[in-house]
Each structure stands twice: as C-alpha cells, then as structure tokens.
Design a protein around this ligand. Sequence first.
Ligand code: PEP
Ligand code: MN
Length: 337
Amino acid sequence: MIIQLANTIEINQKRELITYLSSYGYTAREVKTNSNLYLVAQGQNPLDLRGIGNKSYVMDIHAINEKYPLVSASWKEQATKIPLGRYNTLGQNQCTIMAGPCTVENEAQIEEMALELCLNNIRTMRGGVFKPRSSPYSYQGLGLEGLKMFSQTAHRHNLLIVSEIMEQTQLEKMYPYVDIFQVGARNSQNFKLLQALGKTDKPVLLKRGISGSIDELLYSAEYIFSGGNEQIILCERGIRTFETSYRNTLDLNAIPILKQKSHLPVVVDPSHGVGIREHVPTLALSSIMAGADGLLVEIHKDPKEAISDGFQSLNFAEFRELVEKIKLTFQLKRTFE
Ligand code: PEP
Ligand code: MN
C-alpha cells in the first residue's frame, strides 16, 4: 500500500498513522523524495481504509500489494517524465538519443564528438571514465580528471553527460560533473550504490544485470526510489544466454513488459545488446518499434582505434544515417498508436 502524505504532516500525525497501520499488522516505511512524501505499508490483513482516508494530511492511498510498489504501474498510471536539460524530456512520447564513446579517451575526441552530436541535434553524450573491465589488465578509464574534462567540454556545447559510477564512494566526487549517473550491468545489484543514488537529486540510468531478470531490475529501481530518488531510467542492454553468436541477447520483450509493469521510462542500449556494429542500427530501430523511450548508442570517429568496444561502435557517418532512420521509425510508430 502506498500512502502519499502532505509534505506539511506533523510528527505526531505521522505517529498516529503508523500506529493505526501497525494495529492491522502492517509495517510502514517512510520515503521522502525531492518532491513527495510517502508511506509504503506492507501487510497481509484486510485494512479498514476509512480509518485513514479522511485525514487531512493523507493526500492519496493506493491499496496495492506489489513486490516493488513505488516503481509499479499499478500505483502510478501516468508515465514518469524525466526532464533532461532544456531540450529533452524522457518518457514524453519522443525518442531521446544518448550517444558517445564507450570510454572517454581525450579532449580532442570529446570536442569532435560534441560537434557531431550537435549537428544531429542530440543533447546528451555518454562516456565512461570509470570502466568496469572483465580483466584487471584492461584499460580502466581516465578517472576523475577525465570526468572533469569530459563534463567541461560537453557542457561548453550545452550537452548533458551520462557516465558510469561504480561504487558509492565515488558519488560525492562525481556529483558536480555528472548530469545522469549510469549504473552498469555489473553493478545492477550493488545495493549500497543504489541506496546512495537514492539520496541524489540527479537522474539515474539503471542497466539490467548481465544475467538479471526483469524482477531483479525493478527491485533495484525500487532501491533507488525508496531511497528518495524518483528519477530513474530503466535500461535494457542485453542479457547472457546460451547463444554465443553475438555478445549479448538483446531482450526486446523486456521493453513492452517493463512499460507494462512500471511507470518508469525505458531506454535501450543496442550497442552492448548485440555487440556487433553492423547490427546495432537494426536493433535500435526494432527497440523503437517495441516502445523504447530512448536509446544509448556507442559511437567513435574511428572505431578500429577505439580504446574499448570499437567493434560495436558506429562511426559518425553510420550514426548520422541511424539518426535519420530513427526519426522516420518514430514517426511510423506513432501512426500505429
Ligand atoms: C558501457 O555502457 O560502456 C557498459 C560498460 O555497459 P554495461 O554495463 O551494459 O556492460
Ligand atoms: Mn561499452
């Protein structure tokens, strides 16, 4: 059950409500986000809502008993919209493209990339500076100094940046520079990190775990929301299956299922989803038809020279072509609605 409270509720009123709920065997947890105050009550017994429904400090009650109540669509029917700067709102019937290198390499690269994004009217650049690599001997990223450069260069062009955070101890240091925190597949169930991100006021792009189920992804999102941050973007990036012909199996099913189960926006990362450059556009366009609110795409001026994930990065010409196709596909999709 989700009870939305007036932000002005007094301590004794809160106590009265919690005592009432516990008299029916319900536990209640308070969730305070940037904009709202909730009580998430969990219990099995039938509860007489008349006892609380008429209280002046109770704004709304939803008698749902979901596993992940705050992110579930059965509570909040309206899709969550996440403003990304002045130009884009994720989840508002548009396709938001975020693109950039897998890993930030140097300033000249980011400068050139920024110009390319602006040319295509893209407003958010992706790029990792803390890279989760399977091998400890692989390149680990430019770190905080690289992030500062990435942020300054992108911001000079009025671009937002999305960058991966790997542990909660990085949050404070990264905060001034990052616009959207990315939680990578390997950290999708790093609960300490998710709890810490619940305390921030910046959007979080949460990737599905490498072998993560839909339920696990939504539980992870619930960690962030219940920690106090409502701005969560779910990201399908492919899962590990028995198939070895491609890097991951992009689960297109996840898109309509996530949108049915949750009010949160869903973006797709076709680059890691298939892991093969020539198939990235097909999967990107299919994701739009399946209902994705946005795409996260890896690009590089010269993919064969990329420090990481060059084999799945589009060059600028391929990216331009994809952006044009995305516009057409999005229009086509809307004619079906
Ligand atoms: C990335 O976006 O470069 C990345 C490491 O992705 P994932 O966490 O999905 O593997
Ligand atoms: Mn990558």
